[in-house]
Design a protein around this ligand. Structure first.
Ligand code: MSP
Length: 517
């Protein structure tokens, strides 16, 4: 048996200074959808997520709550695990940066950087933002209303002066530019690639990579007065998850380098400049792709704790349903662009795309089979050109969806699936099986067969977006649980006539506001 192709995808690891919100849920969900797609498509997948637990920001948050930092991290990290479970996320591992395996990975990477002459000891004097955990040049700063200095992100900065190790980032300018050039799709979307490319072209300064003024982090090997800069520590998690520093282990050999490091647009510089530079300097292959997605606003407003409009993913899932939220977040916005979360848009998607378009198509056709065909998938004696057209549309979906998913165009992939759902509704309405019931029952059977076959294929195809609902649809037509993979799409997996159905139950209920119930 030939080995399956592999696919390694990672989420950013989440700071534990904050409880999970919609932004975290979104990044993780997108990775889940990509990971599930690849698994269904026959890949051996490694999907990693986790929490980023070191650094001044976390140390300060724990202190503000009067808690021991590790105890504080345990609690918040657990909340991120719960979110993953709650949202039916299929991650294969969960890295916490406070774990011993991660400390070993960071220290090994550090040693490699030091041994290759990429790290030196000096003194840092400059601006630092704890909120962003980032260093800024004087020229990048702006002035706030009270005259205070602010980072380009609006975060406050403080003057830091201390002994520090530096990473020779400036030495990696050419290598990075070559990497962007030789691997044109290594940073996506293109606009993000242009952004990092011009940042590098503008000249890189060496990066301060250790701190001495606080202690919540991974100690620098052989100089424990220093702890590593939280981003070196955090980025290394992508290696910890596949067993680094043991590069001879099966996982590392199989999955490194990552196929996709998924990030939000705010942290693209860390991933598409610093990270590949660290890796190249250590003689390790950089990721194949860094994909930066956009940000969500809430009813048109920037989401922020101070505005009190943070969207709690647990709450919206309770309100609208898990698969409904998964569908909305992936369908509403071209992946890579910013998007706006609004109740109205969510309700529209639920009632129109899910309840009306797909839900009704399945419910109407399967109920007719249940009532009029003895509860069995009808026999077919030949197809008309209209039947063949809609069957071909369903049969041809996978290659189109696959091509879009290769570029992480998740919302377009959903659109092409829903185009066939729409076409099948048109087919069903045009064939009028309810009229054929009296005039030509055999033809009615064929129309119902064709519609149920399209529903079967859609049920399989939507499993990467809405895993539970996909299964529920397939349960309605009694599809064997091992016949639900992508290899059963198309004409080879056609519905078998004579299979008995149970009484169909709707899979996608309409959303009705509590006060209108
Ligand atoms: N700990 C770092 C990442 C280290 S990865 C080696 C970090 N953590 S974070 O918790 O602040 O953010 C994690 C992710 O959430 C980022 O990708 C960020 O873009 C995303 N989001 C935070 N708010 C968001 C929205 N409002 N909308 C969409 N995603 C957003 O950064």
């Amino acid at each position: 048996m030939t080995a399956k192709p592999t696919f390694y995808i990672t989420t950013p690891i989440y700071y534990v200074n904050d409880i999970p919100h919609i932004g975290h849920a979104y990044t993780t969900l997108a990775c889940d959808v990509l990971a599930r797609f690849k698994r269904l498509d026959g890949f051996d997948v490694m999907f990693l997520t986790g929490t980023d637990e070191h650094g001044q920001k976390v140390e300060k948050s724990a202190a503000a709550k009067g808690k021991d930092p590790l105890k504080f991290c345990d609690e918040v990290s657990e909340r991120f695990r719960e979110l993953a479970k709650f949202m039916n996320i299929s991650n294969d591992d969960f890295v916490r940066t406070t774990e011993q395996r991660h400390k070993l990975a960071c220290q090994d990477l550090w040693r490699k950087l030091e041994a290759s002459g990429n790290i030196y000891l000096d003194k840092y004097a400059g601006w630092y933002s704890v909120r962003d955990e980032a260093y800024y040049a004087e020229t990048e700063l702006t002035e706030g209303e009270g005259g205070e200095k602010l980072a380009p992100t609006g975060a406050p900065v403080e003057w830091v002066e201390e002994e520090s190790y530096f990473f020779k980032l400036s030495a990696w300018e050419d290598a990075l530019l070559k990497w962007y050039e030789n691997m044109p799709e290594t940073v996506l979307p293109k606009s993000r690639k242009n952004e990092v490319k011009s940042f590098v072209e503008g000249g890189l300064r060496d990066l301060s990579v250790s701190r001495t003024s606080f202690s919540w982090g991974v100690p620098v090997p052989d100089n424990e007065k220093h702890i590593m800069y939280v981003w070196i520590d955090a980025l290394t998690n992508y290696m910890t998850g596949v067993g680094y520093p043991d590069v001879g282990n099966e996982k590392f050999k199989k999955f490194w380098p990552a196929d996709i490091n998924m990030v939000g647009k705010d942290i693209v510089r860390f991933h598409a400049v610093y990270w590949p530079a660290f890796l190249m300097a250590a003689g390790i292959e950089p990721p194949k792709r860094v994909f930066a997605h956009g940000w969500w606003t809430n009813e048109g407003q920037k989401i922020s704790k101070s505005l009190g409009n943070v969207i709690d993913p647990f709450e919206i899932v309770e309100e609208f349903g898990l698969d409904q939220v998964r569908y909305f977040l992936m369908r509403e916005v071209p992946f890579g662009n910013d998007g706006d979360f609004s109740q109205m848009a969510m309700i529209n998607r639920i009632n129109s795309d899910l309840a009306n378009d797909l839900g009704n198509l399945a419910q109407r056709s399967l109920s007719m089979i249940f009532k009029n065909c003895d509860g069995k998938i009808p026999d077919v004696n030949g197809f008309t050109s209209e039947d063949e057209k809609i069957l071909a549309a369903a049969d041809n979906l996978l290659p189109q969806v696959r091509e879009l998913m290769e570029r992480q165009s998740i919302n377009k992939a959903i659109e092409v699936i829903w185009k066939v759902v729409g076409d099948c509704n048109v087919y069903f309405a045009g064939q009028q099986p309810w009229t054929l019931k009296k005039t030509n029952p055999e033809r009615m059977g064929t129309v119902l067969y064709v519609t149920a076959e399209v529903v079967r294929q859609i049920g399989i195809l939507i499993r990467f977006i809405m895993p539970d609902s996909g299964h529920k649809l397939l349960d309605q037509i009694n599809i064997d649980p091992d016949k639900r993979g992508f290899e059963h799409l198309g004409s080879t997996g056609r519905l078998v006539s004579g299979i008995s159905l149970d009484k169909p139950v709707g899979v996608f209920p309409r959303y009705i506001k509590a006060e209108d119930k």
